[in-house]
Design a binder for this molecule. Sequence first.
Ligand code: GDP
Ligand code: GDP
Length: 434
Amino acid sequence: MSAIVAIVGRPNVGKSTFFNRLIQRREAIVDAVSGVTRDRHYGKSDWNGVEFSLIDTGGYVLGSDDIFEQEIDKQVELAIDEADAIIFMVDVESGITGMDEDVASLLRRVNKPVFLAVNKVDNGKRAEDAVEFYALGLGEYFNLSSVNGSGTGELLDALVKVLPEKEKVVDDLPRFAVVGRPNAGKSSFINALIGEERYIVTDIAGTTRDSIDTKYNRFGFEFNLVDTAGIRRKAKVKEDLEFYSVMRSVRAIEHSDVCLLVVDATRGFDGQVANIFWLAQRNNKGIVILVNKWDLVEDKETNTMKQYTAKIKEAIEPFVNVPVLFISVLTKQRIFKAIETAVEVYKNRSKRISTSKLNDAMLPVIEHYSPPAYKGKYVKIKFCTQLPTPYPQFAFFCNLPQYVREPYKRYLENNLREKFDFTGVPVTIFLRKK
Ligand code: GDP
Ligand code: GDP
């Protein structure tokens, strides 16, 4: 799991411009691979070989032009709770504002690394103006121009120096994270799993202060439940805002192998649930969708589950090969099944297929339907192999990898799923030159 860096600051200082600059380079690569819709406020970046997750906190606030001061304070508090480092962005054009002072006073009390970034320093004259930001009492600052990129390197050099090392995996047990929107029933689900204290075998504190793996032996399965202080602790912020659930989810998701996405049946699989889903997908995590509070759904006819499932699948296209279970934490309906399914998904994710088996299965599939000719050129796929990554990724070697389009990759993926069962797991396909 990589460290989490949050960008905070009032609206219009240039947070999203900066965010996009850092994310873009990688994003273009990822987009070419999967082509799915992405969350514009969360992404991965790296500098000097250090990978980190970046969150643009401002992006999660609606109508951010007339945002309340209170909202910003909450964002900052949450960033303080959940991030490993914080970039506090201010704007040299407008100088110090009351809101900046507010945020600074919150950040001065924090013992996490804080980087004051003075943005819109597009020229030397503005660099002189930036001096006033010393008054925020945060020490050294970094001059930045998010528009032309100057100053970015210095800031990132300093940032990656303080990020914690990647956490070590302590055992080989599946790591499950329970995620979802507020009120979906996550804590109730975890409590139902925990049951009585005797099920807890040990508490292993992660190397990062905030995350905890707890080992469970339940229903005959052993697994680690990835919990975050953010989830365990009584939430400081109760509001039902996308930002909070996403921010809380990020750490748990990154730390897990399989995410149990709890959905409130009475509210449905809305855009905010979808965001969390894609967050897990983009991190190549296994996913099980648990439609909870099924006890509250009245008039359950034989078709209700089918229709409900169909709606969810529509929302998660094209990654539809994901288990959807209907549970009730209240009546303990299918709680066991949920864990059993998560274990299956975990196995699918760690599945290794030998190159010979893979080619025996896939070469006939390629023979049966070869990539369509592109600009009069014929693509010949010669062989394929699974990459040694912790989640399923496959390389197909051919003469003209750049001519293999998305639909054909989908064809390969569907066949891989059919032949080897990767239910609940994102599968990535690369075309490589040979
Ligand atoms: P956010 O609300 O903090 O996410 O701010 P945005 O990234 O949306 O930027 C607000 C405005 O500032 C936009 O018009 C940007 O084009 C502009 N902006 C962002 N960074 C810079 C910069 O480095 N220099 C200048 N001159 N303008 C910038
Ligand atoms: P969290 O915010 O996702 O952790 O949600 P909680 O576990 O706090 O649950 C929110 C509310 O939903 C609580 O009042 C729970 O009692 C209720 N709840 C949770 N699971 C179920 C369920 O299966 N059926 C019903 N009827 N209520 C549930």
